[in-house]
Design a protein around this ligand. Structure first.
Ligand code: MG
Length: 223
């Protein structure tokens, strides 16, 4: 019998992409720059290169913070201070909490039937703050983050920590709900949990994923 649902945060109940867009747009407007959608595309392209370089050890995180907005502004021909915008952007993101469509209703629904835990790869204080902002913190018994635990989904260390904390529930009595195959589904499945995949991009479901949903509302078919 299922007793608990572990729920990913970004891309599952909070719309991180929309938070990024909002933070960038508001920051530029406040600085007297007209915002255009193509600017977000440029940001993502450059940001992806910086994160790849970071993963490959070519740059440090500090260098990424120092340089990414300067690079974006240079390419867009915008005369703004990159590092200053970076610190604004990160502050704003910290406060930004735009719910995914239907997430509030589905949390109400699940809370009435199960114990709920948040399980996120992200900075702890920021994730707690964003859930609070969205009015969602009250649904969760605990917020588990990779920063708190010192290990990320899909690693078994992440889930071992959670189940050590929640001793009266076993993995097979739990569901991992999330949008990422590589972190949420792999991690939950690898630890013996049931998995529900929020597949918004219509990708192909691997057979080892238990259930696939195309919108949060569909979860009622399974839970
Ligand atoms: Mg996610």
């Amino acid at each position: 019998m299922i007793k608990a649902i572990f729920i990913d945060i970004d891309g599952t109940i909070l719309d991180f992409e929309a938070c990024v867009e909002e933070s960038m747009r508001c920051g530029l407007i406040e600085r007297g720059i007209e915002y255009k959608d193509e600017m977000l595309v440029t940001f993502h392209r450059i940001n992806d290169v910086f994160w790849k370089d970071l993963e490959q050890g070519k740059i440090t995180f500090e260098e990424l913070l120092e340089r990414r907005w300067a690079t974006v502004f240079k390419e867009l021909g915008i005369d703004l201070d990159g590092p200053e915008f970076e610190s604004y952007f990160r502050r704003r993101l910290h406060e930004s909490a735009i719910p995914m469509e239907g997430s509030f209703e589905i949390l109400e629904y699940l809370k009435a039937k199960y114990r709920l835990f948040a399980a996120s790869n992200g900075p702890h204080e920021q994730q707690v703050n964003r859930l609070e902002k969205a009015g969602m913190l009250r649904f969760f018994e605990e917020v588990f983050t990779s920063q708190l635990i010192g290990a990320e989904k899909p690693s078994s260390d992440f889930f071992r920590y959670c189940f050590n904390k929640v001793r009266d529930i076993r993995p097979e009595e739990s569901v991992m709900l999330g949008d990422s195959l590589s972190s949420d589904m792999k991690g939950g499945n690898g630890f013996g949990m049931k998995t529900v995949w929020l597949n918004l991009k219509g990708e192909e479901k691997p057979e080892w994923v238990d259930y696939e949903i195309k919108s949060l509302g569909e979860i009622k078919n399974y839970l």
